[in-house]
Design a protein around this ligand. Structure first.
Ligand SMILES: *[C@@H]1O[C@H](CO)[C@@H](O)[C@H](O)[C@H]1NC(C)=O
Ligand SMILES: *[C@@H]1O[C@H](CO)[C@@H](O)[C@H](O)[C@H]1NC(C)=O
Ligand SMILES: *[C@@H]1O[C@H](CO)[C@@H](O)[C@H](O)[C@H]1NC(C)=O
Length: 462
């Protein structure tokens, strides 16, 4: 309760005097207040200046710009190394909170103040900071900056984060994030959202189109892509799907702020943060989709989770919920399909189309049907998940770190993941690989759909 602070009412004081006043104030607060009364804030009337917040705040409030892929606006905290990604109302905790997804220098010990804007009034609460355990040893990690809300406050629409011990009585120069997820919704525009978390130097146009078309056959109607950069051809495909309302591209330019590592461990490629800042992107996607999508799938464009007994995720998920319980997250076993090995000649009716695709960059996943033997489970990294986002608080690359329910490992005879990529030297011989033709049962529909998109994007002639 002592985290709700009184707003500044004092003139500029020397640091020592200020500290003394602060210590006394906190002590007073701690000793005196026991009831809800202490939560009643003194407020500061405040008008959001266009020059202060992100230029697009007004548009973002209208909602449409956000849906079209408004950038997660990275904001630095003045006087700290912290970077703020996005903010959401967290309805599931008591008291409610504003969650600010942040990237923090793990060794830096800071105390942060939430400046919450509700109907032109500024309210203050002291943030609690929780750095995710999955930082893989990099100096920066993803952090949840939580701003507790007093029960008698209105929900804030914007939040700015400042150092708690820096004196700024006029609150000048605050940079605000829009607080998303204002309302709890129980009906969702999308059934399944896939989150592709780190698109960097991306050129696999054919595989991307195949994956996106395949996901639609499975029942996916939203794909959020965190994009750093890609080839011109890939961009054409992204624009095409964005115009259709299927894809939401979130510009992900963390490399302008930090030295992002291109690998999963500092020993493989030293840098400030794990793999292009994939983890904050995934958490942003989870919260961004929370009241928009019934389920969220966290995987990459080279990964496809395929049901074995039914044809789509729409049919699979009710079966899994019946077997394992509702509101779970479901874990799907990874199987590598090395692109170094190719299918024996496919059925003749699909061959002409596949021949034309040869001019499009990237592997044709329909021709790589030999899998490496599955790794023993459970390993921390040999799976991906589909989850009800409203059951989950924190996600990582593989799975969930904090959730309301447990996760269930789906048996491979019900569904498993097909991960088609160049594997380099694995030492495996062709005799050790296992043929798995599940993808071919979609081949007719998939081939037609992919050819249509390649023609409509002028990557293939009509
Ligand atoms: C979501 O799934 C339901 C049940 O499978 C289906 O009736 C509905 O059309 C789907 N919604 C969208 C937007 O595809
Ligand atoms: C980008 O990808 C291309 C081909 O896929 C590769 O040759 C190149 O080294 C990559 N560049 C960077 C900066 O990763
Ligand atoms: C992506 O950015 C890197 C680094 O700036 C650059 O080397 C690479 O060529 C870019 N890739 C594409 C496909 O544009």
């Amino acid at each position: 309760m002592s985290r709700f602070l009184q707003p500044p009412a004092l003139k500029k004081l020397s640091f020592v005097t200020y500290s003394l006043v602060l210590i006394l104030g906190v002590a007073l607060l701690l000793s005196t207040f026991r009831s809800d009364k202490m939560l009643r804030p003194q407020v500061l009337t405040y008008t959001l200046q266009p020059s202060v917040g992100p230029a697009t705040v007004q548009n973002q409030i209208a909602g449409t710009t956000v849906l079209k892929g408004q950038s997660a606006h990275l904001i630095g905290v003045i006087g700290s190394k912290a970077l703020l990604v996005s903010a959401f109302l967290e309805h599931r905790t008591v008291p409610k909170k504003v969650l600010v997804i942040a990237i923090m220098f793990r060794k830096e010990k800071v105390s942060l103040l939430c400046n919450l804007l509700c109907s032109e009034q500024l309210l203050f609460s002291r943030a609690s900071i929780s750095i995710h355990q999955d930082h893989f040893g990099f100096p920066y990690g993803t952090a949840d900056v939580y701003c507790p809300l007093s029960p008698n406050w209105q929900a804030p629409t914007h939040v700015a984060i400042t150092l708690a011990d820096v004196w700024n009585p006029d609150k000048t120069g605050l940079e605000f994030l829009e607080v998303q997820n204002q309302k709890v919704l129980n009906v969702f525009p999308y059934n399944f959202t896939s989150c592709f978390s780190a698109m960097y130097n991306y050129t696999n146009v054919l595989q991307l189109v195949q994956t996106v078309e395949m996901l639609q056959l499975l029942g996916v109607n939203r794909i959020v892509i965190y994009k750093t950069n890609c080839s011109i051809e890939t961009q054409r495909v992204l624009d095409y799907y964005t115009d259709k309302g299927l894809v939401e591209v979130v510009p992900w330019s963390l490399s302008e702020y930090l030295k992002v590592s291109r690998r999963a461990k500092p020993s493989q490629d030293p840098g400030d943060i794990h793999y292009f800042g994939q983890i904050p992107a995934l958490n942003d996607c989870l919260y961004r989709s929370m009241y928009r999508s019934k389920y969220v799938a966290l995987h990459d464009p080279d990964e496809l989770i395929l049901p074995q007994m039914v044809d789509s995720w729409s049919e699979l998920l009710p079966l899994l919920e019946k077997r394992y319980g509702a509101n779970q997250c479901f874990i799907f076993e990874n199987n590598f399909f090395p692109t170094e090995f190719t299918l024996p000649p496919p059925p003749p009716d699909v061959l002409p189309a596949w021949g034309l695709w040869r001019d499009v960059s990237g592997p044709n996943v329909l021709t790589h049907l030999y899998s490496e033997p599955a790794q023993p489970k459970p390993a921390f990294n040999n799976y991906k998940i589909i989850t009800n986002p409203r059951s989950v608080f924190v996600v990582s690359v593989h799975g969930v770190l904090h959730s309301l329910h447990s996760c269930s490992w789906v048996d491979r005879m019900s569904a498993r993941m097909y991960h088609t990529k160049t594997r380099g030297q694995t030492g495996l011989k062709v005799q050790q690989l296992i043929y798995d033709g599940r993808l071919l049962s979609y081949s007719g529909r998939l081939t037609a759909a992919v050819s249509t998109v390649l023609k409509e994007t002028q990557l293939l002639p009509d």
